[in-house]
Design a protein around this ligand. Structure first.
Ligand code: ATP
Ligand code: MG
Ligand code: MG
Ligand code: MG
Length: 473
């Protein structure tokens, strides 16, 4: 039976409500309790202090649908978008938690029952991984659930390989941590990719859908692990990945929600091929950008605001590539509201602000995008394999091309950017600016004060009125 994204959202919450979980609303993309974290990148972020024992809740079981962003900061999937079937910048994470209540047995039972009995996934398409030493989890899958051993994979730590499976989770170098077990769906032999743990696991045949983390240790500064008095469960499942499975499509971009967005993007950009990668990127980016603005971020040149600016500019460049020579991106907001406004009323409430912020940024970058693209073409023609750092810097400084945008364009031509050279050029400019400002000590102090303001408090956005700014405070 196929299910819409909305039905999956509510089906998930209903299931866990029935198992005694309190339904907790999504928190902001801007973490309120963690200065070290740029964006909320999983459902557990709002519960971090509960795991650390610094916060108490009235419940010991919770479930949520959390809006997440993995662009910039610790998790960055921006460069995966448009290249894999399964990565977004913005996505929704379905999660359930036990705070010292149930542990491995029930966590595994619930996940399996929801996926197979409630949502009806075929059992023989599901694979699981466990941490290599976690025999308890292995036995639960093998003996109680009855998964054949050839579809249970033991995985170790893959330190330093960002996209390889890693079945040991830790919040930081010290503190709560523990093994995890992950559930994968086999999309079929016609798709390239190997099972989890194999050398070509990064293909899109076996797609990870759910991660169940068992927080059972406290890691001390010297690395030793001691058992937590009350072990916890923290799980996360990508709504879009589950929707792809339940709607019998391979890519997240083929699910209902994305297909609607992609169709509008195709109209706005006059594109007939609905599989065009740029349409996927645009559909992904309108979600990230709109929700960042909902959560108080505005385009700027640093911090979170610069991540937003980079994502907007990437979307605009894809529009340009499809032949757009004017504004279009802000018009993606209306179809997004149609798709997500019911689940996220704040999107409707802040509609005008989002639209105006996007349109202003679009007009601003529109003034230099075309010229910058011509400069890029000229540089690409005379560069063998690498765009020189000085040219990447000129694109950045004169045409407003964030360096990751330049790198992304270069990647499409099989070129790379000399990042070290770019950094050197940046550094030289900073030195020049510093030397210049030494003539007026006061203005340097003022500049430092402005520099240290959190990006979300950026107040100098042209075209927005004071009342708009109050909305985002
Ligand atoms: P992958 O290995 O596919 O990159 P991950 O191991 O980084 O995923 P987790 O950190 O375990 O993902 O997050 C829990 C779940 O959130 C994943 O199992 C997946 O369903 C979903 N998820 C993670 N990253 C993304 C993303 N960029 N876009 C959409 N869903 C995601
Ligand atoms: Mg990942
Ligand atoms: Mg993974
Ligand atoms: Mg994972």
């Amino acid at each position: 039976p196929t299910k819409t994204s909305a039905e999956i959202r509510s089906g998930f919450l209903e299931y866990f409500r029935g198992k005694g979980h309190s339904i907790v609303p999504s928190s902001s993309l801007v973490p309120g309790n963690d200065a070290t974290l740029m964006f909320t990148n999983s459902g557990m972020v709002q519960f971090k202090d509960v795991f650390l024992g610094a916060d108490k809740r009235s419940y010991v079981r919770a479930a949520s649908v959390q809006r997440c962003l993995r662009a910039g900061g610790k998790h960055n999937d921006l460069d995966q978008v448009g290249y894999t079937a399964r990565h977004h910048t913005f996505f929704e994470m379905l999660g359930n938690w036990s705070f010292g209540d149930y542990f491995k047995r029930d966590a595994i039972k619930y996940a399996w029952e929801l996926l197979t009995d409630i949502f009806g996934l075929p059992k023989d398409r599901l694979w699981v991984t466990v941490y290599h030493t976690d025999n308890e989890a292995y036995d639960l899958w093998a003996k109680e659930i009855g998964i054949p051993p050839e579809r249970i994979v033991r995985i170790g730590d893959n330190k330093g390989a960002p996209y390889a499976s890693d079945n040991f989770w830790q919040m930081a170098d010290t503190g709560p941590c523990g093994p995890c077990t992950e559930i994968f769906y086999d999309h079929g032999a016609e798709i390239a990719g190997g099972p989890p743990g194999s050398p070509d696991e990064d293909g899109d045949r076996y797609i990870e859908i759910w991660n169940l983390v068992f927080m059972q240790f406290d890691r001390a500064a010297d690395g030793t692990l001691s058992p937590l008095p009350a072990p916890c469960v923290d799980t996360g499942m990508g709504l879009e990945r589950l929707a792809a499975v339940l709607q019998h499509v391979h890519s997240n971009y083929e699910i209902d929600l994305f297909q609607h967005l992609i169709r509008v993007a195709a109209q706005l950009t006059n594109t007939s091929d609905l599989e065009n990668k740029s349409l996927r990127v645009i559909a992904d980016h309108i979600r990230a950008c709109s929700f960042l603005i909902v959560d108080g971020v505005l385009p700027s040149n640093e911090g979170r605001g610069y991540v937003l600016r980079r994502i907007i500019r990437r979307a605009l460049r894809h529009g340009y590539m499809l032949g757009v020579r004017g504004t279009f991106f802000y018009r993606m907001l209306t179809p997004l509201i149609v798709e997500m406004g019911e689940a996220y009323p704040e999107l409707v409430a802040k509609r005008e602000l989002i639209e105006r912020a996007l349109k202003t940024e679009e007009e601003r970058f529109g003034e230099t995008l075309e010229h910058g693209m011509r400069v890029f073409e000229e540089v690409a023609t005379r560069s063998a394999a690498t765009i020189p750092g000085a040219d990447a810097f000129r694109l950045y400084d004169t045409y407003g091309f964030p360096v990751d945008l330049t790198a992304d364009i270069a990647r499409e031509r099989g070129l790379t950017v000399d990042m070290a050279g770019f950094e050197t050029a940046m550094e030289q400019q900073r030195d020049r600016a510093r030397a210049a400002s030494n003539f007026g000590g006061q203005s340097q102090i003022a500049a430092d004060v402005v520099k240290d303001l959190p990006a979300t408090e950026f107040l100098g956005y042209a075209g927005l009125s004071a009342s708009d700014l109050k909305l985002v405070a």
